[in-house]
Design a protein around this ligand. Structure first.
Ligand SMILES: [Cu+2]
Length: 163
């Protein structure tokens, strides 16, 4: 496992986001490319001073007979986008960067806030605010590229962290 040691601001941003429990954001939208359904791309608003954000999906579904793979992503809203996985290491949530994310055939891969996979928006050009829409271009091994619109929204279960 590659730990992002020496990249503390990024790690902290991940922690804050990963500490949240999963809940449904209000409303939904989805995108299709090839056999894939990109279900509800969303991002959480960034706290003051944060330079990184994270984008999520309710899930990415592969309805095809063949495996696919998310190879990478980019966004005009960030300097670069990394594929991350949050994993528990004892009591501590840690991030690792992944070279790709497997999308098995006839399977649904959740990518929600609160743990597991997410897309790290590294060096945001500006903070993410509720109601913003940002573009995210995803690159898949089989299905090719697809640009989706990411809704910036506060999940209901994030309120508790605002006090
Ligand atoms: Cu991360």
């Amino acid at each position: 496992m590659t730990r992002l040691t020496g990249r503390r601001p990024l790690l902290r941003a991940c922690w804050a986001l990963a500490a949240l429990a999963a809940a449904w954001p209000a409303g939904a939208h989805d995108f299709r490319v090839g056999d894939l359904v990109l279900d509800h791309p969303y991002a959480t608003p960034t706290p003051p001073g944060a330079v990184h954000g994270a984008a999520y999906f309710r899930a990415i579904r592969n309805r095809g007979d063949q495996a696919d793979r998310l190879l990478g992503a980019s966004s005009p809203a960030a300097a670069r986008v990394e594929l991350h996985q949050a994993v528990m290491d004892g009591e501590v949530m840690r991030m690792r960067e992944l070279p790709s994310i497997e999308l098995p055939p006839h399977a649904e891969v959740p990518m929600r806030h609160g743990g597991g996979y997410h897309l790290m928006l590294v060096d945001l050009k500006q903070p993410l605010k509720d109601g913003d829409r940002i573009e995210l271009t995803l690159r898949f091994e089989r299905a090719g590229s697809r640009t989706v619109q990411v809704w910036v929204q506060t999940p209901r279960d994030m309120d508790v962290h605002r006090h």
